[in-house]
Design a protein around this ligand. Structure first.
Ligand SMILES: [Zn+2]
Length: 439
């Protein structure tokens, strides 16, 4: 048997997570993840998701949070700046957030977010800022056609001006050149994916860009660039691949050393997008594996109308929709929870089980693997409910040996009918649940 509970808790502890909550305005606020080593060097701030319909940028940022370890220097990541727009796959549901950095009205729903990110940008520890985007077409200095031209944004490092005077890493053009040549010397998937430098010459030429995040940064003596992968590349993994390659080059320039948990290839990124085992822990007493989760889960036990959750994936969130709750990963809707409310007050943190003939103590919440059968050995004051199992005349499913074939497919939480909820109650209180995974 494997007990995943401890492993999840450990992985979550390893992330130093800062959540700033907003009470009004946008529904979801961004998160700042600080990955710092004890080995001093520079600090890179990476911002994903200023535009909600540009997933190459924000998924790349989420990969930094999930799979990178910093060995020297520091990497700060905001993977979900405009989270309300990300879950709706819209550029900006309250207007273009990247045009609100010169001034913003107090009544603007983005007000808190824009002000909070400005403070992080101006933090004296931050040496350089990257704003991640997916842009139209492929930027080229000279007009070739409607896709490859000077008005396009894709596959480019964007700078507002050549350099910022008297500022470390202020040589924006040279830095962008270095990054681009490293990127273009690596194996591009297609030759036309080559990166170019787009200098918007914001101060003299671009009134719109004067309102942007990077221009706010550079006018406050903070070097900042945008990385744009192309919206014309349809494959998400390919866009993440280019973003991560570019960010790694920036880290090299800033002398930030890192380790990543995977090989940097389009194939591996694709595999991680599809198959990574993410768990969400809800209200500290329920865990749901998100891979292959069904579109809806009924009779979801809650003890209050507020959900708190922890998940390794920074793009996973839970939002209230009417009487229900919806779990998203980025713009992908994973499942809807239809709640049923119970009293709180049961403090049980674990339970005796017999799994394939072996006695085990199982934490609440956790996922346990079962080959043949299991049974719960709860104390007399606990009622056990295995969702999907029923036996005539039995109300408490404690001390009953249960096999997979006795559980009905339609009550599994996953579409392959392998995972079932085992819930514990004390009088009218919900204690928590364990997921039994028939392997
Ligand atoms: Zn954008």
């Amino acid at each position: 048997m494997e007990n995943f509970g401890g492993e999840i808790a450990l992985r979550l502890l390893l992330l130093s997570l800062f959540i700033v909550c907003s009470v009004w305005g946008a529904e979801l606020h961004f998160d700042l993840y600080k990955k710092e080593s004890s080995n001093p060097s520079h600090t890179l701030l990476v911002i994903g998701g200023v535009h909600g319909d540009e997933p190459g940028g924000y998924f790349a940022a989420s990969f930094l949070v999930k799979y990178y370890d910093i060995k020297k220097g520091a990497l700060w990541v905001v993977p979900n700046l405009n989270f309300d727009s990300i879950i709706r796959f819209r550029r900006g549901i309250y207007g273009d957030m990247n045009r609100k950095f010169a001034s913003i009205k107090k009544s603007d729903p983005d007000y808190t977010i824009v002000n909070d990110i400005k403070k992080i940008i101006l933090n004296e520890q931050v040496d350089l800022i990257l704003n991640l985007h997916d842009g139209r077409g492929y930027y080229r200095e000279k007009w070739e056609n409607t896709i490859f031209n000077p008005f396009a944004w894709g596959q480019a490092c964007i700078i507002d001006q050549e350099e910022i005077d008297g500022c470390k890493f202020g040589d924006l053009n040279k830095i962008a050149q270095k990054v681009n040549s490293a990127l273009n010397n690596k194996k591009l998937k297609k030759n036309h994916h080559a990166f170019h430098i787009k200098n918007t010459k914001t101060k003299f030429k671009d009134e719109q860009m004067k309102l942007s995040l990077t221009y706010f940064a550079i006018t406050h003596n903070k070097p900042a660039l945008a990385i744009e992968t192309s919206k014309n590349i349809n494959d998400l993994a390919t866009k993440i691949y280019y973003q991560l390659n570019a960010i790694e080059e920036f880290m090299k320039i800033l002398e930030i050393e890192f380790e990543r948990e995977f090989e940097l290839s389009i194939e591996t990124i694709n595999n991680l997008l599809k198959n990574d085992l993410d768990y969400i822990v809800i209200n500290d007493n329920i865990v749901l594996p998100l891979k292959n989760i069904k579109k809806s889960i009924r009779f979801f036990p809650l003890t209050e109308r507020k959900i708190s959750f922890i998940c390794d994936d920074p793009l996973v969130t839970v939002v209230e929709r009417g009487k229900n709750y919806v779990i998203y990963r980025g713009y992908k809707k994973l499942t809807a929870l239809y709640p049923q409310y119970f009293k709180s007050g049961c403090e049980k943190r674990g339970m005796e089980f017999v799994i394939d003939g072996k006695k085990e103590y199982v934490q609440i919440p956790s996922v346990v693997k079962v080959k043949k059968n299991f049974k719960v050995l709860a104390s007399d004051d606990i009622r056990v409910n295995v969702i999907g199992f029923s036996k005539k005349g039995v109300l408490n499913e404690n001390n009953i040996e249960i096999e997979k074939k006795e559980c009905q497919d339609r009550y599994s939480i996953d579409s392959f009918h392998k995972m079932y909820r085992v819930e514990f109650y004390k009088d009218k209180s919900f204690c928590g649940s364990v997921i039994v995974y028939f392997d």
